[in-house]
Ligand binder design. Sequence first.
Ligand code: A3P
Length: 297
Amino acid sequence: MDDVHEKSRGKMSSVEGVPMVEYFVANWEEKQNFETRPDDLLLATYPKAGTTWIQEITDLVYSNGDVNFCQRAPSYIRFPFLEFTVPPSFNRQSGVDILNKMESPRMIKTHLPYQLVPKGFWEKDCKVIYVARNAKDIVVSYYYFGLMDETEPHPGTWETYVERFLAGKLGWGSWWDHVKGWWENKDKHPILYLFYEDMKENLQREVQKIIKFLEKDISDEVIDKIVHHTSFDSMKTNKMTNYSTLPSMNQSISPFLRKGEVGDWKNHLTVAQSEAFDALYDKHFTGRSLKFKHTLP
Ligand code: A3P
């Protein structure tokens, strides 16, 4: 790793105890006071839970399956990232700057835990779709992403990375707190809480839930089209969803759409690491209705 490369990567900072890349903490007040609109749709996830996937699905639902319309720009332009800021050398505007100029209806990406979401979203009763994915597959996906995304702090060794994930020290903090925070507040607001594993199991069924939640009327034929267009293989070859247009991602290290599976953790976690995850699941979820699948039949 050369010096220049190292310097271009962000360092960690934190907001209210939640670790985040230092650039993202910049202008925090502006982010917290973000001016919402009643027809904003917030797409919230812990990193690597299927953000890009839910984005493409909602864009197709909003446009009644218009695949050409969804080719208008890459995902990171169509769905501005609320808390996004990078140093001037990257030559990209902040999420808030882009959103303030954007026409409604806006579809907004965030990785913020529930407690850090700007209050304006709740005051205006905005709809939110939250996608959760099991922690074991998240840590694998997050590690490969850390290797290839040059705006991220370098992930270091796999062993220390897993330890930092378990300790809630990676960007956006504890995965357990994140999924729990959204789960426990989901009935207070219009929040649709989905699971990546359910989407892998039966995408048609999950797309129907999204359509109902967004109060759209879409034919079965268009639903089939949406399911086809948002398959892993379709999105991997689609330049508007595979992040191949973003130079800060080095896809020769690892593709953004890497494997798209449930259970890839079995190829990466040792038995001891996997047991450490199980112990935290027990600690955080025993007696709660929130459950995660780690394999599919
Ligand atoms: P893997 O690294 O396990 O392959 P995010 O968009 O939140 O950064 O999440 C990226 C993860 O979602 C990657 O996981 C990526 O492959 C997966 N993903 C993206 N689109 C998908 C799709 N259509 N089907 C299944 N997985 C998808």
